[in-house]
Design a protein around this ligand. Structure first.
Ligand code: SF4
Length: 215
């Protein structure tokens, strides 16, 4: 069975809206400024965007604040085509810790991440419904470290639960990830070296120690 080409699905949807001269509203769940940079450059040509920053997985709080501020700064500085507004969700790390209880030792990309993706996408779907948005999406699919097929599957599932429309994506396509690194340099964006949670931070620190020891 052929794997779904999410970029092609997105292209088709964008073409359809363009033919009808529509600029639909999109709630874009954003994980951080570097990943969002390319996605905003790309999608703000076609959508009126509310950039929804909901990431209670990020610890410690100082790191969360730093990433949030960088997101807001990028939106202020970047010359988008259609309007982009910033919306910060609740920072409720206790929710993240309770949802991933028992999965603390999972490796990055494993079961803990599935729960983390779902938690954030579910909140995005809920907010999209509340605000009456035409679509919702997530910047997470730009990461070469994250499973785009899984993210799209979760997106569709929560869309059905909340009665909203999920926008399929694989933003690393069309050189999206490469462009995000260029924009990060251009705007001097803070690029974190771990995914976000305390567990990924510990894993990254362990890898760094191992690299040092093997030098
Ligand atoms: S590694 Fe990243 S995606 Fe996985 S649980 Fe931690 S913050 Fe969430």
């Amino acid at each position: 069975m052929n794997a779904t080409n999410f970029q092609k699905e997105l292209d088709k949807l964008i073409d359809r809206n363009a033919q009808e001269n529509r600029v639909p509203t999109l709630l874009l769940h954003s994980c951080c400024a570097p990943c969002s940079s390319y996605v905003l450059e790309y999608l703000s040509k076609y959508f009126s965007i509310t950039d929804f920053y909901y990431n209670p997985n990020i610890s410690p709080e100082g790191e969360y604040r730093r990433r949030t501020d960088e997101m807001e700064r990028f939106i202020k500085e970047f010359p988008v085509v259609h309007e982009v507004t910033f919306l910060e969700g609740n920072y409720d790390p206790e929710r993240f810790f309770s949802e991933v209880k028992g999965l603390e030792q999972e490796p990055e990309g494993g079961e803990r991440c599935k729960v983390c993706f779902r938690m954030r996408l579910e909140e995005a779907a809920k907010m999209a419904k509340e605000l009456g948005m035409d679509y919702f999406a997530t910047t997470l699919t730009i990461s070469p470290m994250k499973n785009a097929a899984l993210l799209n599957q979760i997106g569709e599932e929560v869309a059905e639960i909340y009665g909203v429309t999920y926008l399929p994506s694989d933003f690393k396509k069309k050189n999206g990830f490469k462009r995000s690194t260029e924009l990060s340099k251009e705007y001097d964006l803070y690029r974190q070296d771990y995914c976000g949670c305390v567990f990924s931070k510990a894993e990254r620190e362990r890898q760094k120690r191992e690299m040092e020891a093997n030098r």
